[in-house]
Ligand binder design. Structure first.
Ligand SMILES: Nc1ncnc2c1ncn2[C@@H]1O[C@H](COP(=O)(O)OP(=O)(O)OP(=O)(O)O)[C@@H](O)[C@H]1O
Ligand SMILES: [Mg+2]
Length: 442
């Protein structure tokens, strides 16, 4: 996680076009955390993260940026929708559960690392267990030559199991049920404890019918869980995970505008929205949250909030919450040129996806450059004439362009289709310019 801001931006550039301000701000925030971790403990405690508020209309890349960050980063990261939470006391998820989710994600990261470190141990454990089932042990007092033969056979079997050659063979395995875990982080820790003891009791009760016929392939994954439960120190993992979440955790709070209460439409609003905002205050500011893995302090968790703010404004959030998101970035709405670049310059762009999908039907699709330009142009036009739904418009427009080909693909097997600008205009001109039509179709 020691990428420089430039490196982070250039990674994001592969997937998200323009929106440079947002990318820069986020990259800087991430780097600041790295810098902080290099300082003395005393200074570390003083340096608080600066939370970010991303504002931009729908479909311009807010969630996409976070999605890509999540994939790239090895730090605990979760994306949650603010609208999903309810005020404490109401039925639903309370906001503290997002911190618990963050810890769970941290545990997954640390666990994966430990598994990687102990790869050989785990691998040996799995192999031993499987080979045990395949080869009955040698009787006591076997002659030396028998022992040698046995050893050779054992090694050969191990190789065959390891290479996957025997994956389809079935064996009978006692499946341990140590892994029943209710990962419903929605539960407060006291409840989670109760639930855990329940699951222990149940797994005791069902000890008898624990024998299962499994293919070696499945046995490998079952045994892998068992091996990591046995060989890895879970207390260690939990402590490390809590620390990682505390120091490096990032929570992406999407749809924050949905919990703002517009000053204009008083009365129609859900009163618990403000409650959720109030519940968020201590968490964003820094407080202690109890999880079933231990207590976590939220002081240094970075929050990135995002919202379209179509019906509400950032100033409709309660002032205390506004103040806790000091960095504001606006995402631009998408121009024709940006739309064109989204189609042509992103990794696994929408065009590539369609081409790949239709290649399954043995159909070859070629988009002429002019055609792509027309698609961008008409998408932009449709955004202007109706609601601006950003890059999502590309989906609906492309769907319309390829509709017939896609539906009748079976008739065109082995053929090649060249999508020209004329074809695009043929399909779309009437729809885009006719307000009523486009409202329904695009
Ligand atoms: N700047 C961009 N570059 C590349 N792709 C984009 C860009 N903006 C949007 N997209 C694409 O458009 C789709 C919707 O974008 P995204 O989910 O980020 O919207 P959003 O800004 O979160 O909107 P909302 O406020 O409705 O949640 C995604 O499939 C994404 O890949
Ligand atoms: Mg979104």
């Amino acid at each position: 996680m020691n990428l420089t801001p430039k490196e982070i931006v250039s990674y994001l550039d592969q997937y998200v076009i323009s929106q440079d301000d947002a990318k820069k701000t986020i990259a800087l925030a991430l780097r600041t955390r790295y810098r902080r971790m290099q300082l003395s403990k005393e200074l570390q405690d003083e340096i608080m993260p600066k939370n970010i508020l991303m504002i931009g209309s729908t479909g311009v890349g807010k969630t996409e940026i976070s999605r890509r960050l999540a994939k790239m980063m090895k730090v605990p990261f979760i994306k949650v929708e603010a609208s999903k939470y309810t005020e404490v006391g109401f039925v639903g998820r309370d906001v503290e559960s997002m911190i618990r989710d963050l810890v769970v994600s941290a545990i997954a990261i640390v666990k994966a690392e430990k598994e990687e470190e102990n790869k050989e141990k785990i691998q040996n454990y799995i192999l031993n267990k499987i080979v045990e089932k395949l080869l009955p042990p040698l009787p006591n007092g076997a002659s030396e030559s028998k022992k040698d033969d046995y050893q050779t056979l054992l090694e050969a079997t191990e190789k065959r199991v390891e290479s996957g050659e025997m994956d389809d063979t079935t064996i009978e395995l006692e499946v341990e049920k140590i892994n029943i875990e209710f990962n419903d982080t929605n539960l407060p820790p006291e409840m989670a404890k109760v639930q855990e003891s329940f699951s222990k009791v149940f797994s005791q009760m069902s000890k008898e019918d624990n024998k299962k016929e499994l293919s070696i392939k499945d046995a490998k994954s079952v045994l892998k869980l068992e091996a990591s439960a046995r060989l890895l120190d879970s207390t260690n993992i939990n402590t490390e995970a809590l620390k990682r979440a505390e120091d490096g955790g990032i929570i992406f709070l999407d749809e924050i505008d949905k919990i703002a209460v517009s000053s204009k439409s008083q009365g129609r609003n859900d009163p618990s929205k403000e409650g959720v905002q109030r519940d968020l205050l201590p968490i964003v500011e820094g407080s202690s949250v109890t999880t079933k893995y231990g207590v976590i302090n939220t002081d240094h968790i970075l929050f990135i909030a995002a919202g379209a703010f179509h019906l509400t404004k950032p100033s409709d959030l309660i002032p205390e919450l506004q103040g806790r998101f000091p960095l504001r970035v606006e995402l631009e709405s998408l121009t024709e040129d940006t739309l064109y670049k989204i189609l042509t310059q992103t990794q696994h762009s929408l065009l590539e996806q369609y081409i790949a999908l239709l290649s399954v039907e043995n159909l070859k699709i070629i988009f002429e450059d002019d055609a792509i330009k027309s698609i961008a142009k008409l998408s932009h036009r449709a955004n202007e004439l109706n609601e601006d739904i950003g890059a999502r418009r590309l989906h609906t427009v492309l769907e319309k362009v390829l509709e017939d080909i896609s539906f009748n693909a079976d008739e065109y097997k082995g053929e090649e289709f060249i999508i020209t600008s004329e074809l695009v205009h043929d399909k779309l001109d009437i729809v885009v310019e006719d307000n009523d039509l486009s409202r329904y179709i695009l």
